[in-house]
Write a protein that binds this ligand. Structure first.
Ligand code: F6P
Length: 365
């Protein structure tokens, strides 16, 4: 009987997930004695009755490396540690089904699990590892906010999409003499915003790591507009905050989703600038999930494939409790504990920030 490795994708989707799955399956297929099973919608496929599991073979994964999304589906809700249960009074409670799941996986003959996910997924993996599950992590997120890896796949694709948005907004802003504010994703990290602002040549970029002062923004706009003519592109990260305030967020009303929903900063900024006396025409664009969908660029396909192959090789050698990571020029394995120990913020003294300042970009301070 072949040994089984279970693969799943958790958290928000991200371009490159399918390339990881394909890498795992192709590497496993080179062995005589391993087969790959996919769990539908993260761990739900294992926990649901009946289970939702599919056999992943070379035929099934052929050509999926350039497809966006994930053929396994994913979810940001629930999971083995906080499974939602509806009570008789209509309220929801959350139960820990991890022990039950680990027993189930053992009973099914699963020898290794590869969990592809972001920060939250790696934390769940550490807990499951401590409870005895043979688990390996693969980091994914467009936000690039995981430490221990130089890049997560999906991030460069998101930067490419955001840069194309800046390029398009520049021509319309210039034609109409407008200020256009582009809000991009990234949670509490400003990687997508700062990278696309540099690549697209934005005049102003606001990131969570550098709280902004409205007066600095206003003075750049005023300098750029002479006799009512000029244009300004502002790229703002969804998590950006003013000097005297917090990032805009709302509690999620989705059952089991504990993540705060960020968003609305572009609209707030536009209103605040108006109230502060900015009389230029202003518009806002919220790029949203366009940054997460569609085909991954080549860099992300390559990184994702490297992660898939190397994660499968960790399973072959029996190394668990680790996450694959890119530390140029190598793919390495780092303990989950190290991977989740800190968040990967844009450092205000980093080369990217230095470069932005070097080309005269206003970072709001
Ligand atoms: O973490 C990836 C991400 O796209 C963030 O940049 C964004 O804040 C969040 O997910 C959006 O989540 P959802 O898809 O649940 O709205």
């Amino acid at each position: 009987m072949k040994k089984k490795v279970l693969v799943l994708t958790g958290g928000g989707d991200c371009p490159g997930l399918n390339a990881v799955i394909r890498g795992i399956v192709k590497r496993a297929d080179q062995t005589e004695d391993w087969e790959v099973i996919g769990s539908i919608q993260s761990f739900d496929g294992v926990l649901n009755e009946p289970t939702e599991l599919i056999e992943l073979n070379e035929k099934l994964v052929a050509g999926i490396h350039y497809q966006g999304g994930t053929i396994l589906g994913t979810t940001t809700k629930g999971g083995p540690l906080a499974w939602p249960v509806k009570e008789n009074d209509g309220t929801w409670s959350f139960i820990d089904r991890s022990e039950e799941m680990i027993r189930k996986l053992k009973h099914m003959g699963v020898e290794a699990v590869i969990s592809i996910g972001g920060d939250g997924s790696q934390r769940i993996s550490q807990t499951l590892f401590e409870k005895g599950l043979n688990i390996i992590g693969v980091p994914k997120t467009i936000d690039n906010d995981l430490s221990s890896t130089d890049y997560t796949f999906g991030y460069q694709t998101a930067v490419q999409i955001a840069t194309e948005a800046v390029d398009r907004l520049v021509t319309t802003a210039a034609s109409h003499n407008r200020v256009i504010i582009l809000e991009v994703m990234g949670r509490d990290a400003g990687w997508i915003a700062l990278s696309s602002a540099i690549a697209g040549g934005a005049e102003i970029c606001l990131i969570p790591e550098i709280p902004y002062d409205l007066n600095s923004i206003l003075s750049v706009i005023n300098k750029r507009f002479k006799d009512g003519k000029g244009h300004v592109i502002i790229v703002v990260a969804e998590g950006a905050k003013p000097l005297d305030g917090d990032a805009l967020s709302q509690e999620s009303d989705e059952v089991g989703n504990e993540n705060l929903k960020l968003g609305g900063v572009a609209s707030k900024l536009l209103k605040d600038l108006k109230a502060a006396g900015c009389n230029a025409d202003m518009r806002e664009t919220v790029l949203g999930h366009l940054q997460r969908g569609g085909v991954p660029i080549a860099f992300d396909r390559i990184l994702a494939t490297q992660f898939g192959v190397n994660a499968m090789e960790l399973a072959l050698e029996g190394t668990f409790g680790k996450m694959v990571a890119y530390q140029h020029p190598s793919i390495v394995a780092v303990p989950f504990l190290e991977a989740i120990s800190k968040y990967n913020f844009v450092k205000p003294d980093s080369s990217l920030v230095h470069t932005a300042r070097g080309i005269g970009m206003c970072l709001g301070d």
